[in-house]
Design a protein around this ligand. Structure first.
Ligand SMILES: [Zn+2]
Length: 678
């Protein structure tokens, strides 16, 4: 019987994936993998790289290749049938993962390789992959007694279901609220481009007028530009109460109980493995060494930014009072008056910049940036099977050789998860027949699409987001590592993985970089010098306020995992309140349920790890400071970054790689300087 998800072709055939085939195909694959692994362990006499690791990695890779397109489509073209099929597979995959990572036979076989004389002959990546695997066996409880092993497996399975449900609730709650506005008058202040998108959204549902939704390209312009304070408040309330016990859809898609159960299970999992709490467990695979170190790191940044953040907010209050007679700012006023102040001070808005950032110019300019830095060429490939007509597909070449490929899915649409991210479709690896498998990535954004015959026009924020995700993509695709487990982003500690992505953003803030990515979509003119100056001058507008906001999320995430107490009722909300008390400078309303939509930590991989963004930003800002000193298109510096960071993937410790590139350990000074906090 052929397996419909096991295609030998180089790329997945998305259009052939039928929801009804998914669960049986995955079940069949898991059964086959189990049989082959048992046979392997029975027949092997002396485990080594070729007899054990290679065949296991190949089975593992086939499973990811079958699962990756399903999981991706579940995120970007969600449907009831696909969601059901996806969820039916989660417990199967979780059981299989636990079984493999707790197998004493596999553990002993890996340990035997590590203890053998042949170990010294393995290359760095191979050794690192074995080292990580042994660590992960221990973190999965391979040494636990059977009843505890069983409990570990049950917890993992339940967590995979809960986190999937969390994500579904956020998506459903986001789509479960819309508001039809009859006249543009009620939307005064909202930019033309957003109005056009709202009109298009209404038309798609055969409605007259403007459809306001909670998807970011609709939510953001309302709270930033809409003069109608009552509407801002209504949209704000709907947004910050999504998937919670509050707001217009209170109790529907409510994540309250899920949050409690996820935290309880994570804590139990950590203590099962003899960690004090989930925060300590989370750090076992990260660059940061102890919870104290993370808390200290966040505290230091808070000390350096909080009073400046208070000052920024005070300035906003004064401005709103003096210019608009607003006595006190509500949460739904902060973004709105901030935008007015930004325009007043710098006379520039994100909207005025849009015409200068048509999507194709941005993309071709971005490719030019990496051509200069790393000597790579990127070309469109047409006629590739995908999941939606808007998806583009590209190939990266170096010295005329293809080295990686990626899908680019740019625009927001219904049934697509919000936000922007990079995920892997195929990993670079040397296969057992000695052929080389090339890496393939998915780059996903949620920008406003083209309206009518106008091309999609991006704000500078969106351009920065695109560069960020492209940076992750380059980390995945430019790797030279041939061992799947430590190739590209694999095996990279979570708090170092944002280095290449945040690093790429810097070219959006350099005149030479901006010259490549901007051109007026009608006249073809470059961004006028005056606008460029304003854009750069406005870069650090409210930078301290943004910093404390990120620190608030990071500290909240870390504390709810570190301080979990099964007997403390309502601890999540009270820790959030405490953290806000300590850090926040903007007003908060009691119904705000930010945590109910915090998918990064409840549905993504950032649990007790949201601090990673700031941690890695120290690394990326410091790495970029070398380009500032040596020239932002300095080829030698570019090649050094490529060779020491991007190509190495997870094959070495991130500190070692950083020092190899920078010549010393990281300094926090460039981040403070770039954020205007020095
Ligand atoms: Zn990122």
């Amino acid at each position: 019987m052929t397996n419909p998800l096991l295609q030998s072709a180089e790329l997945p055939a998305f259009s052939e994936i039928k929801p009804e085939h998914v669960q049986p195909a995955i079940a069949q694959l898991l059964k086959r993998n189990r049989e082959q692994i048992h046979t392997l362990l029975d027949t092997i006499s002396e485990p080594d790289w070729g007899t054990l690791v290679m065949p296991l990695e190949s089975l593992d890779d086939q499973l990811s290749q079958a699962w990756s397109p399903v999981s991706h489509m579940n995120s970007v073209i969600n449907s009831d049938a696909l969601r059901e099929a996806y969820n039916a597979c989660l417990p199967l995959l979780s059981e299989y993962g636990t079984e493999m990572s707790q197998s004493p036979e596999l553990y002993n076989a890996y340990q035997a390789i590590a203890d053998s004389e042949s170990y010294a002959q393995l290359d760095q990546a191979q050794q690192k992959s074995i080292e990580n695997t042994l660590r992960d066996f221990r973190l999965a409880g391979v040494a636990l007694p059977d009843d505890k092993k069983q409990r570990y497996g049950d917890i993992k399975k339940r967590l995979s279901e809960l986190t999937s449900k969390f994500s579904e609730n956020v998506l459903d709650a986001t789509q479960g609220w819309t508001k039809l506005i009859g006249h543009a008058d009620e939307l005064a202040g909202v930019p033309e481009s957003s109005l056009a998108a709202m009109a298009q959204a209404a038309e798609a549902k055969e409605l007259q007028g403007y459809l306001v939704t909670l998807e970011f390209p609709s939510y953001f312009p309302i709270v930033t530009y809409c003069e109608n304070a009552a509407l801002r408040e209504e949209v704000y309330e709907a947004f910050v109460t999504r998937a919670s016990d509050q707001g217009p859809n209170a109790g529907e898609w409510d994540n309250s109980e899920l949050i409690d159960e996820v935290l309880a299970l994570r804590h139990e999992l950590a203590t099962l493995l003899e960690f004090d709490n989930y925060a300590a467990y989370s750090l076992a695979t990260k660059m940061a060494e102890t919870p104290q170190q993370v808390r200290q790191f966040l505290q230091d940044l808070a000390d350096k930014s909080r009073s400046l953040a208070q000052q920024e907010f005070a300035e906003l209050q004064v401005y709103a009072k003096d210019s608009f007679e607003v006595e006190s700012l509500n949460p739904w006023d902060v973004g709105f008056y901030s935008e007015k102040l930004r325009q007043h001070r710098y006379a520039i808005s994100q909207e005025e910049l849009r015409p200068y950032f048509p999507v194709n110019q941005v993309i071709s300019g971005m490719f030019e940036v990496v051509k200069r830095l790393y000597g790579i060429d990127i070309q469109t490939v047409s006629e590739v099977d995908s999941w939606h007509e808007d998806v583009r597909f590209y190939e990266i070449r170096k010295d005329e050789q293809a080295i990686g490929r990626f899908y680019l899915d740019l625009y927001a649409r219904a049934n697509k998860r919000g936000g922007a991210w990079m995920d892997e479709c195929r990993v670079r690896r040397r296969c057992s027949d000695s052929s080389l498998q090339l890496p393939v990535a998915y780059l996903t954004c949620n920008f406003n699409g083209p309206v009518g015959d106008k091309p999609a026009l991006l704000t500078h924020n969106e351009v920065t987001t695109l560069f960020h995700e492209f940076g992750h993509g380059l980390h995945h695709m430019l790797t030279q590592v041939e061992v799947g487990a430590v190739s590209g982003i694999n095996g990279v500690p979570w708090d170092a993985v944002e280095l290449p992505s945040q690093f790429m953003e810097n070219w959006c803030w350099q005149p030479e970089g901006i010259a490549l990515i901007s051109r007026h979509f009608e006249t073809g003119e470059p961004l006028p010098q005056e606008m460029l100056d304003k854009l750069l001058a406005a870069r650090n507008f409210q930078a301290a306020m943004q910093m404390v906001r990120q620190l608030e999320f990071s500290l909240f995430d870390f504390r709810i995992h570190q301080e979990y107490n099964p007997h403390a009722q309502g601890a999540v909300q009270s820790i959030l309140d405490e953290v806000r008390e300590q850090l926040a400078v903007v007003p908060v309303v009691p119904y705000n349920r930010f945590q109910h939509g915090f998918s990064h930590i409840f549905a993504g991989g950032y649990a007790a790890g949201y601090y990673s963004y700031k941690w890695a930003e120290v690394l990326s800002a410091d790495a970029f400071s070398k380009f500032e000193a040596e020239g932002i298109f300095n080829q030698a510096t570019g090649q050094s970054f490529l060779k020491n960071i991007l190509q190495q993937g997870g094959s070495r410790d991130p500190m070692e790689l950083f020092v190899a590139f920078r010549g010393r350990e990281p300094s926090v000074e460039p981040l403070l300087r770039h954020s205007g906090l020095a």
